[in-house]
Write a protein that binds this ligand. Structure first.
Ligand code: GLP
Length: 255
């Protein structure tokens, strides 16, 4: 796990965008795994800016998003499909037919989950997965206790996750109770992972990631078992309790 510490959210977003752009330019047919939430918004803003200024093309790129709320169709402003269209897809030259997000409004969610898993496999898997982290350590919507063997599946959201995401809704009662998410095993099959961690409310989660053993009660800890993870973290999320040289972590302090 390589940890790159940067000064602030803006610098993290720019560095993450440089990283993604470099991958897209060297492999125009790349399959990206994308995340929602507040954290990757700056990354997406920089990708759009780069697309406009430097003409990086996404015409041959395929994307798979991590998750979607149950019961939200793509016209619902709370859906992650809507979020991705507004935050990225509408502003770059990607073919929307190559952007995949699990459907939260399907009649048979279990079948949707299985088909999504097969779809990812049929595209040869994900080359680079962007991840954020929930304050309870969730990745995608894989809440504490989720099996590390899990494939794309339906989940019940915890109260803490619904509270954290209530800021995107008028009232907490409006936050869906369920979601469909890539499983931990799905995420771990990505060839490479870029984890973005920003802000003081992620400080405790990052500290736990540094200090806890890999365990299913803290889903993000599984990333320690992945061979190619880069973490970009800002100072507010705190790297201060990191001990250089511990384990197989490579620490790159900000300049
Ligand atoms: C949601 C998403 C996650 C995301 C997390 C953190 O629960 N399903 O993929 O990482 O929120 O969101 P934020 O970046 O807004 O803190």
């Amino acid at each position: 796990m390589k940890i790159i510490e940067v000064k602030n959210y803006e610098e993290m977003s720019k560095r993450a965008a440089d990283y993604v752009v470099e991958k897209v330019r060297s492999f125009p047919g790349i399959t990206l795994g994308l995340a929602t939430g507040g954290t990757p918004l700056g990354l997406y803003r920089h990708l759009i800016e780069d697309h406009r200024n430097n003409l990086t093309s996404y015409q041959n790129v395929t994307t798979f998003n991590l998750d979607e709320y149950a019961g939200c169709d793509e016209t619902d402003p709370h859906s992650y499909r809507y979020f991705m269209n507004e935050s990225l897809f509408n502003h770059i030259d990607i073919n929307k037919a190559n952007t995949f997000i699990p459907r939260g409004d399907g009649e048979d969610m279990e079948r949707e989950a299985q088909e999504y898993e097969q779809l990812i496999a049929s595209h040869g898997g994900i080359d680079l997965q962007i991840l954020g982290i929930g304050s309870n350590g969730h990745i995608g919507f894989n809440e504490p206790g989720t099996s590390f063997q899990s494939q794309t599946h339906i989940v019940e959201l915890t109260d803490s996750t619904r509270e954290a995401n209530a800021r995107f809704f008028d009232r907490i009662e409006d936050v869906p109770l369920k979601a469909i998410t890539m499983g931990i095993a799905t995420i771990m099959r990505s060839k490479e992972i870029l984890l973005l961690v920003s802000g003081p409310n992620k400080r405790e989660a990052f500290s736990r990631l540094m200090h806890e053993e890999v365990n299913e009660q803290f889903p993000v800890s599984v990333l320690k078992n992945h061979p190619a993870v880069t973490v970009m973290i800002d100072q507010a999320a705190g790297c201060l309790d990191y001990t250089p040289g511990s384990g197989d972590l490579e620490y790159v302090p900000h300049d």
